[in-house]
Design a binder for this molecule. Structure first.
Ligand SMILES: [Zn+2]
Ligand SMILES: [Zn+2]
Length: 457
């Protein structure tokens, strides 16, 4: 067991903080490992996008990943011009991880004003399994201190302490901005008064000091502002010694408290498991009666079969050839464990159909007459046989293992081409054309007279 230093970075922006962070998750993990740290956190702005890459990087380098976000918190999410405070949120366990991800989604549903925002109520509703810390100079605590609204800063701390208790931390950092010192001073006072522990962070946006200028370029581009090198190239993943030098003697305690947070955070992301939600089988006496006659299948398998047969009957598809085909497809679905997936998809596509929402056609778009490129050359799709090798538009080759024919009851478009032929296909069949000297795939219904169709010879 290596001797780890008594500090981990709990506030770090990766490249997934799109226009802000300038460090790849792999570089972050490698840097933390090289500094003998047992863990490192990812806290991008309102985003979980980097979690899986970060997970893999940490596993590769043998350190513990801590998943978090730096959220923007506003009181009223319906107002554009309103205060927007930073807040660090970390996941302690699986429930916290789910809550974190859920809040990222909610934050992006509140993007109307350009920032993924949440509010205190959303946070409270998802509080289980979370650790909160007060973030940077953009945090509500620091902003109030700098406005000399000390009482307001205190109220903020009391409010969060009440909800998050021992999992609420005061965060301090010093990256060369004089105002940060005032925040640290008040944090120390309130820490004693309200019993809130302090953690030291460095709001790392790049791995090393030498990378500061690149991050500055990235930021300048994102803000469309002239290039200006930072006077404070300090937002990097500092070593224990560097962090320890920042604060006075007390600093050691702030650093050590990050280990307490680290020990609380134990999220294991499980791969290879279905994450599909439960499917609620509706009350239906006819299904109950049907189900009573079935043996050895799960409820979901029975319900999918029941729905398929009922709808086939409604469409008059009662011939043996259809029933045989239905059984064959259901067996494949059952074998692959996709029953629930199909039930969920049918639920929302049915809803879409009933509410006039455009949805995918859930079938192929070839009709007899369409040409397919295969090892025999360019042939009519109706002539394709099992074991033929078909070549798709991106040059992948696939062996035909089965062929099915569907009846379709939808509009077919006929396209007349220059040499006198007529091509018939469904409206959404994509055709490669040359238009304004650009090659592109266009749905048949969107073709215009004069478009040049490109055929594979
Ligand atoms: Zn911040
Ligand atoms: Zn930050």
């Amino acid at each position: 067991m290596p001797d780890f230093v008594d500090f981990v970075h709990l506030h770090c922006h990766s490249e997934f903080s799109a226009f802000d962070g300038f460090q790849k998750v792999d570089a972050m993990a490698a840097r933390a490992k090289s500094l003998n740290m047992r863990a490192i956190a990812i806290t991008d702005h309102g985003k979980a996008a980097g979690f899986i890459a970060f997970h893999k990087a940490c596993k590769k380098h043998g350190i513990k990943p801590i998943y978090g976000c730096e959220f923007y918190v506003s009181e009223d999410l319906t107002i554009k011009k309103t205060d927007r405070y930073h807040l660090i949120v970390l996941a302690k366990n699986e429930i916290g991880y789910k809550n974190l991800i859920k809040m990222c989604s909610v934050a992006h549903q509140n993007m109307a004003y350009g920032f993924p925002r949440i509010n205190f109520d959303i946070l409270k509703d998802h509080k289980e399994g979370l650790i909160i810390s007060t973030a940077c100079l953009g945090g509500e605590f620091a902003v109030n201190i700098l406005k000399n609204e000390i009482q307001k800063a205190r109220e903020f701390l009391v409010k969060y302490k009440e909800v998050f208790g021992e999992d609420f931390y005061l965060e301090v950092m010093f990256t060369g901005i004089p105002e940060q010192k005032l925040v640290v001073k008040h944090a120390i006072d309130f820490s004693k008064e309200l019993g809130i522990k302090i953690i030291a962070t460095n709001d790392a946006h790049y791995t090393e000091r030498s990378k500061a200028k690149y991050q500055q370029i990235k930021k300048s581009i994102s803000m469309s502002k002239p290039m200006k090198y930072s006077d404070h190239p300090e937002y990097y993943i500092k070593s224990y010694e560097e962090m320890n030098k920042i604060f006075n003697k007390q600093g050691e305690e702030f650093l050590k408290n990050t280990i307490e947070v680290c020990d609380k955070c134990n999220v294991e992301i499980k791969f290879g498991q279905s994450k599909l939600p439960e499917f609620q089988i509706p009350e239906d006496p006819e299904f109950t009666e049907y189900e009573n006659k079935q043996i050895g299948k799960t409820r979901e398998q029975n319900y999918l079969r029941y729905l398929t047969l009922t709808r086939a009957k409604e469409k008059g598809l009662t011939d043996d050839k259809y029933l045989k085909r239905i059984e064959e497809e259901l067996e494949t679905i059952r074998f692959s464990g996709f029953d629930r997936y199909f039930l969920i998809v049918q639920e929302y596509t049915t809803w879409g159909r009933e509410h006039g929402v455009t949805r995918g056609c859930a079938r192929g778009c070839f009709t007899p007459g369409n040409k397919v490129f295969c090892d025999k050359g360019l042939i009519d799709i109706s002539q394709i046989e099992i074991d033929d090798i078909v070549i798709s538009h991106d040059s992948t080759k696939n062996k035909v293992i089965n062929r099915f024919e569907y009846d379709i009851d939808e509009e077919i478009i006929a396209i007349e081409v220059e040499d006198g032929r007529t091509i018939e296909c469904t409206l959404d069949h994509e055709i490669l054309v040359s238009r304004n000297s650009d090659e592109c795939w266009i749905a048949a219904k969107d073709l215009e007279v004069g478009d040049e169709i490109i055929e594979v010879e």
